[in-house]
Design a protein. Structure first.
Length: 495
């Protein structure tokens, strides 16, 4: 290229999109681009990795594209690319509405981005290339991961479910599983670089094995992760109640490095609404899973996704959701007001619920979950926990002279800064002294600090000069948000 060109990636949506953006970064850096500094006044390449599950997703995209139009006009050579689920869905519409866009690519061919950018530059016209099926499993692509101590590892892509509110299967295709050996090889490579926590990732993660004909493949994978030396924490997201079987519960309980944490999307507690959603379980089945998990792992923290105001939802239906929440005792819930997903059956259903009714129910649900979250967190007071130090989790850490990290069950813990230096990826042992609905405090002195290979990896990365990374780097799964709002990169409500 002659001179280094900078890039910026703007990511919307779920964990799959976050991990895809890590791959897009790897591809661009492999092609010679450099990441634009956070304080830079614009980048030469701006990539939008989009989500299509919200009603206003396209408005948000076109608003952002509109803001970039004058910047591009004033910056010769600047390029704009749009990928992800909305690109897969809207295709040529994007270029028609925003003709200053240079590249449109889909969910199945993210590996083509550098080629498409170069082709658009040489030919001086927009390049729109959407593949209808997966060209290569994304994990074969270069990846620039965002952390040195924790990483996403995709075990499957796509989804075989047909939930009426979700458009993801139409955009990401049928489920395609990776070979277990490939997954374990990737994890072992990450651990050798210093990663100590991995999150197994799939649109319907515990359906893993359906594509390779082994119904117990997921539990076997969890147990195999337990045999990897140096791998301290294993998590997974997001499972589906339909596919959550007893062998998975046993594997979680019996594998020491599989964390006592479970995110299990409920969506609704009403059998009638679940049927209309085309969810293949009912309230009794869901509560039965929760009961078994608690029996096997009494200290497990459970979280969920819930949609309020699905078409046709009555007050009685909503009361059933509240009942299920009370019985489940979730530590955290990601609550969503139903919005039409264009292209889904639910968007065409009769009896769409008025906005003011949805809002009132949503507020009642949030209030109930806040109460439960606080009560569940108060049970942690007095416990001694080993906390993995995190980077950037505590917004007030500097002002309070605290650090932050995650307990084994994924609860956020703010703790007193120890005298001994600690790094993200290291662990500290603390006594919990106070609980709030969305975090725990350890206000006393840290009783132990354990320096780890993950902390060493963080130190190496931050000591190195900012430059194009060599090979596969390491990654950080995004952690949840308060019950009253969806996680910035978390569940999209489609699992």
């Amino acid at each position: 290229m002659g001179v280094e060109r900078s890039y910026e990636i703007r990511t919307y949506g779920c964990q799959m999109n976050v991990h895809d953006s890590e791959r897009l970064s790897g591809l661009l850096e492999d092609a010679g681009y450099v990441r634009a500094p956070k304080d830079a006044d614009g980048a030469d390449i701006v990539v939008f990795n989009t989500c299509a599950v919200r009603e206003n997703a396209d408005n948000r995209l076109y608003g952002n594209l509109g803001q970039l139009a004058p910047k591009k006009a004033a910056r010769p050579g600047m390029q704009i690319a749009v990928g992800g689920c909305l690109a897969q869905k809207d295709r040529d519409t994007i270029v028609k509405k925003a003709p200053w866009v240079d590249v449109v690519f889909g969910t199945h061919n993210i590996g083509k981005l550098p080629v498409l950018l170069e082709r658009a530059r040489v030919q001086e016209e927009a390049q729109v290339e959407i593949a209808e099926s997966l060209e290569a499993f994304p994990s074969t692509l270069p990846t620039r991961r965002e952390s040195a101590y924790a990483a996403w590892v995709s075990i499957s892509v796509g989804c075989n479910n047909t939930c009426t509110f979700c458009i993801v299967p139409a955009l990401r295709g049928k489920e395609k599983d990776r070979r277990p050996g490939d997954i374990l090889a990737e994890i072992e490579a990450l651990v050798s670089e210093g990663v100590s926590e991995i999150t197994l990732l799939g649109q319907n993660v515990n359906a893993y094995g359906s594509d390779i004909g082994d119904r117990e493949a997921f539990s076997k994978l969890l147990r195999a992760c337990g045999k990897i030396e140096g791998l301290e924490r294993v998590r997974f997201t997001s499972p589906h109640p339909r596919d959550f079987t007893d062998d998975v519960i046993a594997a979680m309980a019996e594998t020491p490095n599989v964390m006592p944490q479970l995110h299990m999307p409920l969506q609704s507690g009403s059998d009638r609404v679940l049927k209309a959603m085309r969810r293949s379980y009912r309230q009794e089945r869901f509560l039965g899973i929760i009961e078994k998990v608690r029996a096997a792992m009494p200290d497990a923290a459970l979280s969920t996704d819930i949609i309020v105001g699905f078409p046709g939802e009555t007050e009685e239906d909503f009361e059933q959701t509240l009942h299920t929440v009370r019985e489940s005792r979730f530590a955290q819930a990601f609550t969503f007001q139903y919005s039409k997903r264009p292209g889904t059956p639910a968007a065409e259903m009769d009896d769409q619920i008025p906005k003011e009714v949805v809002q009132e129910r949503y507020e009642r649900l949030v209030a109930l979950q806040e109460e439960i979250s606080w009560e569940e967190n108060k049970k942690q007071v007095g416990r001694t926990l080993e906390v993995m130090v995190a980077e950037g989790e505590g917004r007030k850490d500097d002002a309070t002279r605290r650090l932050s990290g995650r307990a084994p069950d994924n609860r956020l813990v703010h703790f007193t800064r120890p005298e001994e230096p600690v790094r993200p990826g290291d662990t500290v042992t603390v006594d919990i002294t106070y609980a709030a609905p969305h975090h725990l405090l350890a206000e006393g002195p840290v009783s132990a600090v354990r320096r780890t290979a993950a902390g060493d990896a963080w130190e190496r990365r931050n000591a190195a000069p900012a430059a194009k990374p060599a090979g596969v780097m390491l990654g950080l799964p995004s952690i949840g948000a308060p019950a009253a709002a969806p996680a910035p990169t978390g569940g999209c409500g489609c699992d």
